[in-house]
Design a protein around this ligand. Structure first.
Ligand SMILES: Nc1nc2c(c(=O)[nH]1)N[C@H]1C(S)=C(S)[C@@H](COP(=O)(O)O)O[C@H]1N2
Ligand SMILES: [Mo]
Length: 165
């Protein structure tokens, strides 16, 4: 009896732990209209990836794989290509991390037509899924000479219009 209760409790604790971990493994993507879509690790894994080099400090680099940010922003209807004009030129993308770190990008920087895909959300480096301290998602901005914009543990991606004036 005691063993059964113990086993049942253990199963509940395991399930709760698993649920919490699974809950943490998603990124909240919000469009200009304020609507948010949660992308789980599995959703991200299903999107097309490209090889991308993460340039670290001291001349070190890591071979990663990531999803172009443009594909993720398309999920929340961010204007792209010819739709990215006029007032949309004041649209920014705020990338938030678990420790409160924030990175601002211009939406135009993420546009595949304007710049070609240069900004990625990586979920694998060195042939493996990113560990807890770095992942599960890390921003990579190709061409940055310092990795200061390469936010680790990305939890949110939001498109916003800069206020007038
Ligand atoms: N979430 C988060 N990401 C971050 C930072 C941070 O403080 N928090 N620091 C940035 C800075 S300033 C640098 S130089 C790189 C360092 O990357 P590394 O820890 O993989 O060497 O991470 C960037 N990403
Ligand atoms: Mo840094």
């Amino acid at each position: 009896m005691a063993v059964r209760v113990g086993l049942a409790l253990g199963a509940v604790v395991l399930a709760l732990g698993w649920g919490a971990a699974a809950g943490a493994q998603s990124v909240a993507v919000t469009g200009l209209d304020g609507k948010t879509v949660q992308l789980a690790s599995t959703d991200l894994a299903a999107l097309p990836h490209q090889p991308v080099t993460l340039q670290l400090e001291g001349g070190k680099s890591e071979a990663c794989e990531g999803v172009p940010l443009s594909l993720i922003l398309a999920r929340v209807g961010a204007p792209q290509g010819k739709a990215l004009r006029g007032p949309e030129m004041a649209d920014v993308v705020e990338v938030g991390a678990a420790d409160g770190y924030r990175v601002a990008l211009a939406l135009a920087e993420t546009d595949p037509v304007m710049r070609g895909d240069k900004i990625f959300l990586a979920d694998r480096c060195g042939g493996a899924a990113l560990g807890a301290g770095e992942g599960p998602f890390r921003l990579i901005v190709v061409g940055d000479g310092r990795p200061a914009r390469s936010a680790r543990q990305v939890t949110s991606i939001s498109v916003r219009r800069l206020p007038p004036g």
